[in-house]
Design a protein around this ligand. Structure first.
Ligand code: AMP
Length: 280
């Protein structure tokens, strides 16, 4: 597996990789890789002859008061996992490499970028869209792999790729969960044992909404009320948002339909966690 540090090296690697007729896959991550990331890398390796994993904790998607400095960094283990799951290259640039001194260009996805996590974390999706655009332009992948875990991010990136005419297919992979339901997240490392138990309320609320919807309830207000009731049983956890939205536009819907995104975000102690389901 190759370790690439410079944008020019990534571009060279990608152009070389496709010479044999290979499709190129890109899996963007912020490292601290877990089984959720592994599933993306496996999906990429199954679909593409050559796969690059990027590992970059992107400062522009964190607000000044957020956890950029203490975001977990486990580079050696990340490289081992990426290689074991079939990555051919890891791209791990410095901040100065991706944002050279004087960098002044950002990608803003209007409307969607200010919904859900974008509403709670102003500037977050501007940072995400900017770094993913840089990665897609440098790596020129045929397919780029993202987790449904960050469903609002997927909506923002699909919009960006369409608007900028980027020649890449976005592939969305299912949420990987712990056996007890907790969605895997690098931020789970921050949870104490007590918080880890409290955090289960997110996946529990999602499961209950899925069951309620499967039983025929279509009113978003009723689905949201059910989730709120579940959260009320764990008062230590503070709800950020509970929403039923159109997955493409992130506009709230009154009546849920197949494909509606039902998403929750909540604070467990100092850690903000998210979860969601696409209603069937
Ligand atoms: P991150 O390193 O948190 O930026 O995540 C990198 C990619 O992994 C994103 O596309 C995430 O949606 C995806 N991802 C994170 N957690 C999970 C999970 N539990 N299941 C599936 N994909 C995930």
């Amino acid at each position: 597996m190759e370790l690439l540090r410079a944008v020019a090296e990534l571009r060279r690697w990608s152009r070389e990789a496709r010479k044999g007729g290979n499709a190129v896959g890109l899996v963007p991550t912020m490292g601290a890789l877990h089984a959720g990331h592994a599933s993306l890398i496996r999906a990429a390796a199954a679909c593409c002859g050559q796969v690059a994993v990027s590992i970059f904790v992107n400062p522009t998607q964190f607000s000044p008061n957020e956890d950029f400095a203490r975001y977990p960094r486990t580079f050696e283990a990340d490289c081992a996992l990426a290689q074991a799951e079939g990555a051919d290259a890891v791209f791990a640039p410095t901040v100065e490499e991706l944002y050279p001194s004087g960098a002044a260009t950002f990608v803003e996805v209007e409307a969607l970028g200010n919904r859900l996590d974008g509403a709670s974390r102003p500037g977050h999706f501007r940072g995400v869209a900017t770094v993913v655009a840089k990665l897609l332009i440098a790596a020129e992948p045929d397919h780029a792999f993202f987790g449904q875990k960050d469903a609002a991010q997927v909506a923002v990136l699909r919009r960006m790729v369409a608007d900028l005419h980027l020649p890449v297919e976005i592939v969305v992979c299912p949420i990987v969960r712990e056996p007890d339901g907790l969605a895997l997240s690098s931020r789970n490392l921050f949870l104490s044992a007590a918080e880890r138990a409290q955090a289960l309320v997110l996946s529990r609320s999602i499961r209950q909404v899925e069951q309620f919807a499967a039983a025929g309830e279509r009113r978003s207000s009723a689905l949201i009320a059910t989730a709120r009731k579940t959260f009320a049983a764990v008062p230590e956890v503070r709800i950020d948002y509970i929403a039923a939205v159109d997955w493409a536009t992130l506009d709230p819907v009154e009546i849920a339909a197949p494909g509606t995104l039902f998403a929750v975000a909540a604070w467990v102690g100092q850690t903000r966690l998210i979860d969601n389901t696409i209603l069937s």
